[in-house]
Ligand binder design. Sequence first.
Ligand code: PLP
Length: 409
Amino acid sequence: MTLRHGREYLAIPGPTNVPDAVLNAMHRPAVEIYTGPLLEITSSCLEDLKRLFGTTTGRSYIYAANGHGAWEAALTNTLSRGDKVLVLGSGRFATLWGDMAAFIGIEIEELSFGFRNAVDPAAVEARLKADSAGEIKAILMVQVDTASSVMNDVAAVGRAIRASGHGALFMVDAIASLATMPFEMEAWGVDVAVTGSQKGLMCPPGLGFNAAGPRALAAHRSAGLRTAYWDWTKREGPLHYEKYCGTPPEHLLFGLRQAIDMLFEEGLEAVFERHRLLGEATRRAVAVWAEGGVLAFNVLDPAARSSSVTTVRSEGIDPQLLRDYCNDTFGVMLGEGIGELNGKGIRIAHMGHVSGAMMLGTLGSIETSLGALGRARGKGGDRAPAASLAEPLPAPAAAAKTDLRNAGT
Ligand SMILES: *Cc1c(COP(=O)(O)O)cnc(C)c1O
């Protein structure tokens, strides 16, 4: 028996669900690329990206590329062969970014905090103070690591860098976090920020973004690794065509315009609060399941658990069995464990175009699957997520007299 007919639900941390409105915005004929409506879409998206990244003095760039392309753009525009960068590891993705840097001739030093902990700002400050010769040219960190689901405190690490008096550029990957939680590039001392289209921005994969602050733009002038396609300066040319170093990815831009409109219409504060509540619902459910000893949080410090994705370690159940059962029976596709948790965990996304119903459906499907798989678990996990969404929300007007939440008790 299966209940998977109906809309399949993708609960993986990217690509995320693309709203119908975004799909519809893309469903139109191609347009001319030198004049017409595309020019306005480009200039408005570049402006709005600066707002999303939190910069007024910086510049933004759009690439026909995925997140890896945005990584490469950030490195090649600011660094030279032989430069040293400090990679702050808190899972998998900063390390992969560092691997890419090593491939193109940059020297790497990794300061790792393991797979279950956030970056410690004090350790960063100490390392930078020890670099009195100023050998470290840049620092690479993620805001949210999509493998471990660690959420780093970008503001605190930015303060630590400033406190050290070190001049290295601070580069932050906000691919799994932008438009799901606050990001304030300028206020936090971030010099380069990168993201992609297919996570919090609710678009199909295929667009990568850079935002560069004044210090990064200054470093850019003497960077030795610059190449034509990624080059920020070349993309500042007067022709629209130059903004993309070739034909613009038109349909993805139609989608992006619509997605950003939806984010601003909801209001960024409301978007962040929605993600916080959906993340909290997930964590409450996992906490109940963890009582049975079958599943456990990957991230040890509750304050470092992300609002966009939750990585769960499976301690007494084959995670593939759970993923298969959830998908085959309910039509919910959960993320698989990657990196250290390959074959040993699952990832539950609460990122992008996600409603309470989608999240509760996902958690209820996991809960029911755990039950069906006959594993020992804590009681009442199916009710925990509903309760955590109900508590912070105001009671509806009609329920003011007879509190529906207490009905039947
Ligand atoms: C998804 C992701 C990436 C990689 O993005 P691609 O589009 O797959 O290249 C990099 N960093 C983080 C934090 C991510 O979540």
